[in-house]
Design a protein around this ligand. Structure first.
Ligand SMILES: Cc1cc2nc3c(=O)[nH]c(=O)nc-3n(C[C@H](O)[C@H](O)[C@H](O)COP(=O)(O)OP(=O)(O)OC[C@H]3O[C@@H](n4cnc5c(N)ncnc54)[C@H](O)[C@@H]3O)c2cc1C
Length: 381
């Protein structure tokens, strides 16, 4: 059995690791030219289910390195005003760990060098009568397998063809994603799991990415064949705004981060100096505007030789901290189903259908829960 995966994101790579471990032939096709060709690095909170899925799919020899490059996210979440006065405490989150998306992705690429092809954007597919499926690429080439998994993120061309009626909604308002190198002073802003700043006209969410061990050094010691990025600790922050971050009247709108940052600095003028400092020192290469989207629920479509995983089917706002966790859960579940088919314990269509029905259920529950949590991070218009 050959499984083709469109997209080398967190979900697609986790699936590929699990399939390889089960002895299943897998090929991953990634649109980007290389692993680091665009900005990838923000902190994601992994919960118990996401971590369990990762450990299930990754080979045992990488578990130690995974633990070493995670960070702690224990403790309470505070809601404060723009002067850092405490407004309320939210209940602590259920354990878990913080991961840097870029580090995690590089770790998930370990051992897959001959399985992942970069610079190969999937543009569509053709199902054939002989129960195979042909994936078509932007460069005019194609590949054949028994199953195509669309793990190609929110804009998924695989989903657009399989479910042309599926809707992805852009959440009103405007969001900015920033990263700032961690200092002792900025670390104090996030004593626990996270801090929510509710200021006039903007809401700022702060989270800390403090690696247990520096990723590059940990890899050199624990798995020297893996080259992890040389990333230091940082503060990840998201600013939610009720509308566009407008320029001063008559002024041009600069498109680069420096321009966006300066307009944000003007908006938060008068906020606590430590918050202003976080924005002022933001890392230009790893900060950007952020579009928040969610998928509308879809019914099961009748099993084919093509299926979907992660943001490609159930993209959700980051407010619930569930998107990557759900993509990882999909990967582990699909891997288990395909392993059963590979061993002859189930037919391939039945195995895929069993995955899809469960995934649609918990995936869209996670979308709903994330949407319910969004208002606490959204400023009044
Ligand atoms: C600011 C922010 C904070 C977040 N925080 C959390 C959190 O705390 N916890 C959590 O669980 N989740 C969080 N998320 C969500 C999480 O990042 C996503 O849900 C997760 O990355 C989805 O993984 P994926 O593999 O499905 O998709 P992606 O990670 O988007 O990967 C898709 C891959 O497919 C590739 N691709 C796209 N089109 C094609 C094509 N045509 N052909 C081939 N390849 C293609 C892309 O280049 C990409 O590599 C956060 C998201 C954001 C933006």
């Amino acid at each position: 059995m050959r499984v083709m995966v469109a997209g080398a994101g967190i979900g697609g790579l986790c699936l590929a690791q699990g399939l390889l471990r089960a002895g299943i032939d897998v090929r991953v096709y990634e649109r980007e030219a290389a692993a680091d060709s665009r900005y990838q690095g923000f902190r994601i909170g992994l919960n118990g289910a996401g971590l369990a899925a990762l450990r299930e799919c990754l080979p045992g020899r990488l578990h130690g390195l995974l633990e070493a490059v995670l960070g702690s996210i224990a403790g309470e979440r505070r809601v404060v005003d723009q002067h850092l006065a405490l407004l309320r405490q939210l209940p602590p989150a259920d354990g878990g760990a913080a991961a840097d998306r870029q580090v995690l992705r590089r770790l998930l690429l370990a051992g897959l060098a001959d399985r992942v092809e970069f610079g190969r954007a999937v543009v569509g597919y053709t199902e054939r009568a002989d129960r195979t499926v042909v994936a078509r690429f932007a460069d005019g080439t194609s590949a054949v397998g028994e199953l195509l998994v669309g793990a190609d993120g929110v804009g998924s061309p695989v989903r657009r063809q399989l479910l042309p009626e599926a809707e992805v909604v852009t959440v009103a308002g405007n969001a900015l994603l920033g990263r700032t190198p961690l200092t002792e002073r900025s670390a104090a802003l996030v004593p626990g799991f996270g801090t929510i700043v509710r200021g006039p006209g903007a809401c700022m969410l702060l989270g800390r990415m403090q690696f247990r061990r520096p990723p590059r050094l940990a890899a050199a010691e624990l798995a020297p064949e893996i080259d992890l990025p040389d990333i230091g600790d940082y503060l990840r922050w998201v600013v939610m705004l009720p509308g566009p971050l407008g320029p001063a009247p008559g002024a041009p709108v600069p498109g680069d981060w420096a321009g966006v940052r300066d307009r944000l600095l003007a908006l938060i003028d008068g906020w606590h100096p430590d918050l202003v400092d976080v924005v002022r020192r933001s890392d230009v290469a790893n900060s950007s505007p952020l579009t928040v989207r969610h998928a509308r629920p879809v019914a099961h479509w009748g099993t084919r030789r093509v299926t979907l995983l992660g943001d490609a089917i159930h993209v959700m706002p980051p407010s619930g901290g569930q998107g990557a966790n759900t993509a990882l859960r999909d990967a582990a579940l699909l891997c288990r189903s395909l392993t059963a088919a590979h061993r002859g314990e189930a037919g391939l269509p039945a195995a895929v259908e069993a995955y899809e029905r469960r995934m649609l259920d918990y995936g869209f529950t996670a979308v709903r829960e994330s949407l319910e949590q969004l208002p606490q991070f959204t400023p009044a218009p």
